[in-house]
Design a protein around this ligand. Structure first.
Ligand SMILES: [Zn+2]
Length: 390
């Protein structure tokens, strides 16, 4: 497979393109972020945005919140920088880990925020996971769509027309699948282009307020929420943000399957199914989150390509314990699972389904929800010694 000459991302990476120098578009985007974007101008635009909505609605904004580093930083930043009153909206995907829940409770109490949490029907979720896995090789559809759609519904129900997401998708381009990158913007664009005839509720208020006694709140039901990423306004620096939320909120990282825990204790700690999600990516595309995270560090000059190769070789492509859980939830055998994933493999990658190298088990696996008692393969996994177990 072809790899980016700078960051090492492979040609199977979503949305990747290489230029004549063999450098990928995500590396080029990062250069643009650091060298060309006027961040002080962006910050002034953020100040204006916050003031435009402050005090006019039941809440100043909605913050969709997973409890990971990005949404935690977003919430902390908005509270500290602007002293706003947000409504925090949490979509419970069904795989929240104990450390995450402790982080969330601590963060909510320290910051003093109001929170709405929603949990969808588990029986429906399981069926959606199977359908999305079979059709797209990605069982997380319910989570992506729920995390995006539910906070927007709450924004509309409460009449709060400003929603703050955290990390901009351009930081990775395809942090999830391409569909999610689109969903973030497309609906609002489509709303403004087709649904509202090109007239926003704000425009309309201006048009009729001359001859109509309009209360600004009258237009709330017609207002599509502004839905923006904080990282479009301030430069996104994951390592610095993690240090900040650790110091200010006592935020704790966690062990995520398939990751080098000592190097990345903060990445994707929100979901106990992350390991199998990354494993599917490995089978489909020949890389997983280790390649992705180290690419970011190599790009930013905090890791050498040599160190990257070592971490990737040691950690990628190992079978996670969460695979066992996924098979239980979806009532699939591993052979059936492999056959489904094989249909979604991205050329020229050819996966090796005969891997028997298990990833180390995170400390809290005993608490991860199970559909039925342990099977023999778990026993086998428990006895396997691995190079990275500490
Ligand atoms: Zn690159």
């Amino acid at each position: 497979m072809k790899h980016c000459a700078r960051c090492g991302l492979p040609e199977t990476y979503e949305t990747i393109e290489f230029d004549a120098a063999g450098i990928c578009n995500i590396c080029r985007q990062n250069e643009f972020k650091r060298e060309t974007i006027d961040w002080s101008g962006r910050k002034a635009a953020l100040d204006a945005l916050v003031e435009q909505y402050r005090g006019k609605y039941p809440y100043d904004c909605i913050v969709p919140f997973s409890g990971g580093k990005d949404s935690t930083y977003t919430l902390w930043y908005l509270m500290k920088e602007y002293r706003i009153k947000p409504l925090v909206v949490q979509f419970n995907h069904g795989f929240m880990r104990e450390n995450l829940q402790q982080n969330n409770e601590r963060t909510f109490k320290k910051l003093g925020v109001e929170v709405i949490s929603f949990t969808p029907n588990w029986q429906v979720v399981k069926r959606l996971m199977l359908e999305a896995l079979v059709r797209k090789g990605d069982f997380c559809w319910h989570c992506h769509t729920g995390i995006f759609a539910y906070p927007m519904q709450i924004a509309i129900r409460f009449g709060v027309p400003l929603v703050f997401w955290g990390e901009p998708s351009s930081e990775y381009t395809s942090y999830y699948d391409y569909r999610d990158d689109q969903v973030e913007e497309v609906d609002e664009v489509r709303f403004n282009r087709y649904i509202n005839l090109g007239i926003t509720a704000e425009d309309m208020a201006g048009m009729i307020s001359g001859d109509f006694p309009l209360d600004p709140r009258d237009m709330a039901p017609f207002t599509y929420p502004r839905s923006v990423c904080l990282g479009s306004y301030i430069p996104w620096d994951v390592k610095a943000h993690v240090r900040k939320i650790q110091a200010e909120l006592g935020w704790q990282g966690d062990q995520v399957e398939g990751m080098p825990w000592n190097v990345y204790p903060y990445e994707k700690i929100e979901c106990h199914m992350q390991g199998v999600r990354d494993y599917i990516k490995w089978l489909k595309r020949g890389y997983s989150r280790v390649t992705q995270m180290t690419a970011l560090d190599v790009r930013n000059g905090t890791m050498t390509s040599e160190e990257q190769r070592k971490l990737v070789a040691e950690h990628e492509g190992r079978k996670p314990y969460s695979l066992t859980l996924l098979l239980e939830y979806l009532q699939l055998t591993e052979e059936e699972f492999n056959a489904i994933v094989a249909k979604t493999v991205v050329s020229p990658w050819k996966p090796d389904f005969s891997i028997v190298n298990w990833a180390p088990k995170p400390r809290d696996t005993e608490q991860w929800y199970r559909e039925k008692p342990a099977v023999a393969s778990d026993e086998k996994q428990r006895t396997l010694k691995t190079a990275t177990e500490r």
